[in-house]
Ligand binder design. Structure first.
Ligand SMILES: *[C@@H]1O[C@H](CO)[C@@H](O)[C@H](O)[C@H]1NC(C)=O
Ligand SMILES: *[C@@H]1O[C@H](CO)[C@@H](O)[C@H](O)[C@H]1NC(C)=O
Ligand SMILES: *[C@@H]1O[C@H](CO)[C@@H](O)[C@H](O)[C@H]1NC(C)=O
Ligand SMILES: *[C@@H]1O[C@H](CO)[C@@H](O)[C@H](O)[C@H]1NC(C)=O
Ligand SMILES: *[C@@H]1O[C@H](CO)[C@@H](O)[C@H](O)[C@H]1NC(C)=O
Ligand SMILES: *[C@@H]1O[C@H](CO)[C@@H](O)[C@H](O)[C@H]1NC(C)=O
Ligand SMILES: *[C@@H]1O[C@H](CO)[C@@H](O)[C@H](O)[C@H]1NC(C)=O
Ligand SMILES: *[C@@H]1O[C@H](CO)[C@@H](O)[C@H](O)[C@H]1NC(C)=O
Length: 393
């Protein structure tokens, strides 16, 4: 009888060992793929979706890391679902809607053009690039987040528009200095208009979610037009955009150092804004513990990705190791609390807020009243990205 008992015991040990995957990045990506997420379709209907673009970016990094063609094939399938053979983009996309969000799938087209040489992908990228040529802007030159959001710049839009804009310029028009200047200016204007500035009480040195250059939105502050709150995912998008665009922009262009300065400015403040006990970030970052606020998983994963990548590439110094330590602590919490192992071998990802928009009041009560979901791709893709960085440590 002792032998079977020992086998049972061994079996349990093996199960426990197996419960910790070799790579959370692979486990999370494979789980999303098994669920059919991020493949250019929504309920079977083509949809140009920024979160698919974000996930494809993560899959590309995994493909480049592990050489596993599964990820490249999935990227191709997803892009083929929203681009006709003649290069026309479809799936609820129209240039004249002037929305920055869909452009986040553009880097996928450019990547596929780069590795396949198929002109279909260049045509699709050209269509997106054409949008930017006539996209409405504030008097200062900031792209409006959407045509329907008159004169508004949102942090999210930098991740959606500028990574594509930069990748296009890098791949297709590397000597277009006007474009590099313009990309730099998008980051700079967003920073200047939304950063909590030195004279404000209890300055956090973080960025508000957005601003309205015309100061007419219900939420616009009378002095500078910024929105009232610090939403974790908005700043998460912006931080990811900073570290990603520095991979793409030529170091010889003066904009490189402008963007680098912004990253160096923000990084310690993002580190310091993490919750002391858990290590992760609150949904409304600057209101820890307030009723209704909670630890939010998409913004937290984005910060981990950005902090680790900024240090790894030497963009930000970390002499005392506190930035990496903060990211590691947050990552530990995420893997422990937000990764849910399923009995069928997949994992699920918890605690991602579904939306955060500036179309209503943009106040504290608005953010905390938005639904929280499981396996929301915006959060799950960010966790793949954070895991890729964590696994490089
Ligand atoms: C695996 O289990 C989870 C949790 O029960 C479920 O949501 C999912 O649909 C199952 N199948 C796959 C392929 O993930
Ligand atoms: C590639 O990834 C898929 C999904 O995780 C896996 O089933 C397959 O074994 C991997 N292939 C290789 C060559 O590692
Ligand atoms: C591209 O192909 C689609 C689908 O076949 C078609 O509807 C569209 O008119 C074509 N566009 C051009 C510019 O040929
Ligand atoms: C693809 O991208 C690499 C890396 O940026 C670059 O060196 C190469 O020239 C590109 N190839 C094409 C065909 O665009
Ligand atoms: C260079 O970029 C600018 C700014 O986006 C654009 O107006 C211009 O058309 C681009 N130049 C070329 C040759 O396409
Ligand atoms: C900083 O913010 C305060 C309060 O919001 C405002 O009065 C002041 O003009 C701002 N200063 C700068 C330099 O933007
Ligand atoms: C600033 O912080 C102090 C100490 O935490 C607090 O008592 C005070 O209410 C804060 N002021 C504002 C305007 O948030
Ligand atoms: C997801 O998180 C919520 C809130 O923290 C919790 O109530 C719920 O049980 C979690 N879901 C799963 C499947 O663990």
């Amino acid at each position: 009888m002792l032998v079977p008992l020992a086998s049972v015991f061994l079996g349990i040990c093996i199960t426990l060992v197996r419960a910790k995957p070799a790579s959370y990045a692979v486990w999370a990506a494979d789980s999303a793929i098994k669920r059919g997420q991020g493949n250019g379709l929504s309920n079977g209907v083509p949809l140009v979706s920024y979160e698919h673009g974000e996930f494809q970016w993560a899959l590309r990094l995994l493909y480049e890391r592990d050489g596993n063609e599964t990820y490249l094939d999935y990227i191709k399938t997803g892009a083929n679902n929203i681009v006709f053979d003649n290069g026309t983009v479809h799936g609820s996309y129209a240039v004249t809607d002037y929305v920055l969000d869909p452009l986040r799938t553009g880097p996928t087209f450019l990547y596929l053009y780069n590795i396949t040489g198929d002109s279909k992908w260049k045509k699709a990228a050209d269509e997106f690039r054409g949008q930017l040529n006539s996209h409405p802007r504030t008097a200062q030159g900031q792209f409006w987040h959407k045509l329907i959001y008159f004169n508004q710049g949102w942090l999210d839009g930098i991740y959606m528009g500028e990574i594509f804009y930069a990748q296009y310029t890098h791949d297709i028009q590397p000597n277009n200095a006007t474009a590099w200047d313009d990309i730099t200016r998008q980051f700079q204007l967003m920073f200047q208009n939304t950063i909590q500035n030195a004279t404000a009480p209890n300055n956090t040195h973080l960025m508000y979610h957005g601003y309205d250059f015309s100061h007419t939105a219900v939420w616009a502050s009378p002095d500078r037009g910024h929105s009232p709150e610090f939403w974790d995912r908005a700043l998460g998008w912006y931080m990811m955009a900073l570290v990603d665009v520095l991979d793409i922009m030529p170091k010889t262009h003066p904009g490189f150092n402008v963007i680098l300065d912004i990253l160096q400015n923000l990084t310690p403040h993002v580190r310091d804004a993490a919750d002391r006990t858990s290590g992760v970030w609150w949904l409304v970052i600057t209101q820890p513990g307030r009723a209704g606020n909670y630890f939010e998983s998409s913004g937290s994963a984005m910060f981990v990705y950005a902090l680790l990548k900024a240090v790894r590439l030497g963009h930000v110094g970390d002499l005392d190791g506190s930035i990496v330590a903060a990211a590691k602590k947050a990552y530990g919490y995420m893997a422990q609390n937000w990764v849910i192992p399923n009995t069928n071998g997949t994992m699920s990802w918890n605690n991602t807020v579904v939306v955060g928009s500036l179309n209503l009041a943009g106040d504290y009560d608005y953010y905390i009243s938005q639904p929280v979901d499981i396996n929301d791709l915006k959060g799950l893709a960010a966790f793949v990205l954070a895991s890729i960085e964590f696994e490089k440590l």
